[in-house]
Write a protein that binds this ligand. Structure first.
Ligand code: DC
Length: 230
């Protein structure tokens, strides 16, 4: 069974998708991490956009991306790049690299292969991203569109920053975080290639005011309902 979870940045996809996969014994695939791997290696190779588009597509085609530790760690060959792909610089470049049709073609093919192999190996996969239910697995039996208000996502971003920095004041305000999130939503949902949007038959789960456990329970209930043919 393929479980497709899409939604904007900060909706809680990674935490929830990982927990759903663990609970069901399925593979977990963070598809954004795969685009981030391409962006990191392109930056390290000194590539820029728009001038190096064809080099970046060629790099994506030959990049040996692998997901380990139940999908929580990202490798290129033997190199663990899990932490390196989380910088703001890589995040920014990823949003441009992931808009290249040639890169999407290569990465989507890999995601389909991983999904199919996981179904054969452990019965299923939970894939989270932006276009899983619309492009990668449009026939997935479970499609979840996870969302939260920009204000809630800005609050989460601020508290994550404070937690990571050991309590130091964040270099951005709540209003700036919300403005940034709204701008990113606008870019992600209006881009030409695979814009972020919910499939017509997606179940919408709004995470404002819900704990991760409550969201996971809702999704698992949806999966059980679908598995029972309802
Ligand atoms: O989920 P994330 O923030 O790690 O995603 C990084 C970037 O990759 C973000 O700009 C959206 C893009 N992305 C995408 O275009 N398609 C996906 N399936 C996953 C992520």
């Amino acid at each position: 069974m393929i479980i497709a979870i899409d939604g904007p940045a900060g909706a809680g996809k990674s935490t929830v998708a990982k927990a759903v996969a663990t609970q069901l014994g399925f593979a977990y695939v963070n598809t954004g991490a795969m685009y981030r791997a391409v962006a990191l290696c392109a930056l390290e190779a000194g590539f820029a956009l728009p001038e190096n588009e064809s080099e970046i597509v060629a790099l994506a085609r030959h990049l040996p991306i692998a997901l380990h530790d139940a999908g929580s760690r990202v490798f290129v060959s033997e190199r663990d790049i899990t932490d390196l792909i989380r910088t703001a610089q890589v995040g920014d470049f990823t949003s441009r690299v992931s808009a290249l049709p040639g890169v999407r073609e290569v990465i989507v093919a890999q995601q389909r292969r991983i999904g199919r192999e996981s179904e054969a190996e452990c019965g299923g996969a939970v894939l989270e991203g932006r276009d899983i239910q619309t492009v990668v697995f449009p026939d997935a039996p479970v499609k979840i569109y996870l969302d939260a208000s920009p204000a809630e996502r800005a609050r989460r971003r601020l508290s994550e920053w404070t937690l990571k920095s050991g309590g130091a004041a964040a270099p951005f305000s709540l209003e700036e975080a919300e403005r940034d999130i709204t701008g990113r939503d606008e870019r992600d949902s209006t881009r030409e290639t695979s814009p972020l949007c919910a499939a017509d038959d997606a179940e919408h789960v709004i995470t404002d005011g819900l704990t991760p456990d409550e969201v996971v329970a809702r999704i698992v209930a949806i999966v059980e309902r679908r598995a029972g043919g309802v």
